[in-house]
Design a protein around this ligand. Structure first.
Ligand SMILES: [Cu+2]
Length: 224
């Protein structure tokens, strides 16, 4: 009986809400010189209800951000509050991931090749991640409560399915373009749109190390 009930509940969870619709459309990322960037990689789209409470999202499955060749891979990830984020070090050198973003401050300390420190993110919002050893390493973690969060791949635009009817704020973000928002309405059909972001920021935002000081000059021996 309990098994049948559990099965019924999981089936219910799969059924879209009555009158649910969708949001779909292309996204363009325009360079400073006016050309379009060939890839939408690292774009994040969030759809947040304006006239209903956000569902309380539980922790999502763990997020893994690797350090490879003095880069964070992936550079952009999405998580929910309470999610564990692991930072496996696949290089042969030390790294130190830290965040001074309010609400999600942490410092892994220096960690060695093969180590994989873990942190938990708690507050919704954009978390900027840096390495205290290498100024050129940056990554971004979006902590979200909406179930409608999409990390865009190279070419595909936005696609959200099974969206309950109502008014929404669409937030579109890229590390080098910042954020733009739109308001849109979802009814029983597909809400179509076309959206554009403008590149305006450098690939690595100037920042201090975890002590709030400038990074010391580093002899780059190209070893990873
Ligand atoms: Cu590093």
């Amino acid at each position: 009986m309990i098994r049948a009930l559990a099965c019924g509940l999981s089936l219910l969870a799969l059924i879209p809400p009555l009158g649910a619709g969708g949001v779909q459309g292309p996204v363009q990322l325009r360079e400073k010189d006016g050309r379009l960037r060939a890839s939408l990689r690292d774009c994040v789209a969030l759809l947040e209800p304006l006239d209903a409470a956000q569902p309380g999202a539980g922790p999502s499955k763990p997020v893994v951000i690797r350090t490879v060749g003095k880069q964070f891979i992936p550079r952009v990830a999405i998580a929910t509050p309470g999610t564990e984020v692991a930072f496996p070090n696949l290089d042969h050198i030390l790294h130190n991931v830290f965040s001074v973003t309010q609400g999600n401050r942490f410092d892994t300390g220096q960690y060695r090749p093969g180590d994989s420190p873990k942190v938990k993110v708690t507050s919704p919002g954009l978390v900027k991640l840096y390495c205290n050893v290498h100024h050129q390493m940056n990554a971004f973690l979006w902590v979200v409560t909406t179930p409608f969060a999409q990390l865009l791949d190279g070419r595909t635009g936005i696609r959200f399915d099974a969206v309950p009817p109502g008014a929404y704020r669409l937030r579109l973000w890229h590390p080098e373009a910042g954020e733009k928002t739109w308001t849109l309405k979802v009814d029983g059909g597909i809400t179509q749109g076309a959206w554009e972001l403008q590149v305006s920021l450098p690939p690595i935002e100037p920042h201090k190390n975890k002590f709030g000081r400038d990074y010391p000059p580093l002899a780059d021996d190209r070893s990873y």
